[in-house]
Design a protein around this ligand. Structure first.
Ligand SMILES: Cc1cc2nc3c(=O)[nH]c(=O)nc-3n(C[C@H](O)[C@H](O)[C@H](O)COP(=O)(O)OP(=O)(O)OC[C@H]3O[C@@H](n4cnc5c(N)ncnc54)[C@H](O)[C@@H]3O)c2cc1C
Length: 504
């Protein structure tokens, strides 16, 4: 246990989706922290959309952001799939089934609006510090120091790196890990993120032929279009399968010219019967071309540094799971931290206890995150029909029972963590129960059943004990009476005396 001069303090690096969620969770847990963001604003002006899943609506509800998020979004209506010529292949009320299953909608909204809601609803905004360029992290036996490029230093007990897919904190953690245990972080692990895709992203005015709030996927071979329609705007995503995929730490910086050239190559492609991609591109308000990585790391923590979000798990965005997974991971980590601190009754946990908490967090999240990466990758490949099998799946998917996909994804949704130390009451429920609530109900039922059978057992033991006592008293009486009668040296007085002891 470390000595206690100051409260336990977390230094969070990055004020993105995961970093702002971390501040909410830490504030509600009463854990001192600071969030260091490199940009000059806490909420960036760029970015397209982010779709929030019901499991994160539950978490947002717990931290007091639920209502604002629901208000800011118009839930999707239909999921429409279209052939390369823009004609309709299928249309399903997928999103209605999701709401029926979980009591909450899938909510598409502008990313900066989402971040603004997270920021505006922070109970205390003072932990968020902008224009913080990290230079180094120093770890000692009882704490950490984060050194900034202006020479200032933030001291704390642990660093939480949520600084995105090109995480600097991750690089520093790897360096520390390999210094302590040479070869711990292998070159193979450093190459965990593979890039098979680049994605043209943008936002523009509404396009009536794409519906008021539909999600439209237009298939083609080795590329596909995904359009998120909202009554006031249109978000577009065009996914291109790379001829030459590459692995981290390699990365590509795309320019505006790269984006223009790529957009021009698909400008004439129909999205619907009456709209080509060129129309969205020409009317766009802003756009960008980015890489889309996939993968998960083996080491999520080392020493006093722990990572979450895109810094450790990255998936393609087609089914919008990446940011939701980042939020879930932060929640899981904060649950473990909260439990560890509570066990220490106000004293600071030492490295061994922190390592246990970090290990518990990674173990809890790993399989779920791998599943999210896998299904995201499959969806991306089906949409862009990258092989004959994926092409077949693209054509047959609309023929499958409508409930199949929402129920399957429902199993994933209902397995999400929530904030263990905050209430989640007040949310409407769906037909599929949350797995944690189901397990809690089951636990309560078992406990009640055990208590009932425990009561029965005690009664039975008492009854048996009483019977045994009666029997031994009777045997003793018979023996004494016989002894008094047949053994001459036992006087009547002695027999009476013995009888009275036995009765006692
Ligand atoms: C086109 C596209 C669409 C997507 N759509 C969805 C969607 O609909 N739903 C969904 O759930 N997910 C979506 N995602 C994925 C989602 O955006 C990410 O998974 C999510 O943003 C990860 O959150 P994060 O906080 O880990 O990282 P980020 O959101 O990248 O945040 C990292 C933060 O750290 C800061 N930072 C970086 N380096 C430093 C440093 N050295 N010092 C200080 N600060 C630093 C950054 O400025 C940033 O604020 C999409 C992704 C893309 C590319």
């Amino acid at each position: 246990m470390s000595n206690q001069k100051s409260p336990f303090r977390v230094i969070v690096v990055g004020a993105g989706v995961a970093g702002l969620t971390a501040s909410h969770c830490l504030q509600r847990a009463g854990i001192d922290h600071v969030v260091l963001e490199k940009h000059k604003e806490a909420v960036p002006t760029e970015g397209a959309s982010i779709t929030i899943y019901p499991q994160v609506v539950r978490i947002l509800h717990q931290i007091g952001c639920g209502e604002a998020i629901i208000k800011a979004s118009v839930p999707h209506d239909q999921l429409v799939t279209r052939r390369p010529d823009g004609s309709v292949l299928g249309s399903t009320p997928f999103f209605g089934f999701v709401k029926e299953n979980h009591g909450a909608d899938l909510l598409p909204l502008e990313r900066r609006e989402f971040l603004q809601i997270l920021y505006d609803n922070l109970p205390d905004k003072s932990p968020i510090k902008t224009k913080c360029i990290i230079k180094d992290i120093k770890e000692s036996t009882d704490g950490v120091e984060v050194v900034m490029s202006d020479g200032s230093v933030e001291k704390g007990d642990i660093v939480l790196g949520v600084d995105g897919v090109y995480s600097m904190v991750r690089g520093i953690m790897w360096h520390h890990a390999n210094k302590a245990t040479p070869g711990l972080i292998t070159e193979k692990e450093k190459a965990s993120f593979k890039t098979h895709w680049k994605c043209l992203v943008g936002i523009g005015p509404p396009e009536p032929s794409l519906g008021a709030s539909d999600l439209t996927v237009t298939h083609d071979t080795r590329y596909s279009f995904e359009i998120v329609a909202q009554p006031h705007c249109t978000f577009f995503f065009v996914y291109f399968y790379l001829d030459e995929p590459f692995k981290s730490p390699n990365r590509v910086h795309y320019t505006d010219q790269d984006a223009e050239a790529l957009a021009a190559s698909v400008a004439d492609h129909p999205l619907t019967e009456s709209c080509t991609f060129g129309r969205l591109w020409n009317n766009r308000v802003r756009s960008t071309l980015v890489s889309s990585e996939e993968g998960v790391l083996d080491h999520w923590y080392h020493g006093r540094i722990v990572l979450a979000g895109d810094a450790i798990h990255k998936m393609t965005p087609n089914i919008a799971l990446g940011g939701n997974a980042a939020i879930e991971s932060v929640v899981s980590l904060c649950n473990h931290l909260h439990r560890t601190l509570a066990k220490h009754n106000g004293a600071k946990p030492g490295l061994a206890a922190l390592t246990d908490a970090f290990a518990g967090y990674q173990a809890e999240r790993m399989e779920r995150v791998k599943y999210a990466i896998k299904i995201s990758g499959i969806a991306t490949r089906i949409q862009a029909m990258t092989s004959p099998l994926y092409k077949f799946l693209a054509w047959v998917s609309p023929l499958l029972p409508e409930r199949g996909a929402p129920d399957q994804v429902g199993e994933y949704i209902r397995g999400s963590p929530k904030i263990g130390y905050l209430s989640s009451k007040g949310l409407p429920s769906g037909r599929l129960p949350w797995k944690d609530e189901e397990a809690e109900e089951e636990r309560k039922k078992k406990l009640a059943a055990r208590q009932v059978s425990g009561k029965l057992d005690t009664k039975q033991v008492l009854k048996a004990g009483h019977l045994l006592q009666m029997m031994s008293v009777s045997v003793a009486v018979v023996m004494l009476v016989s002894a008094a009668r047949y053994v001459p040296f036992v006087s009547e007085y002695n027999a009476q005396q013995l009888l009275s002891w036995v009765r006692v």
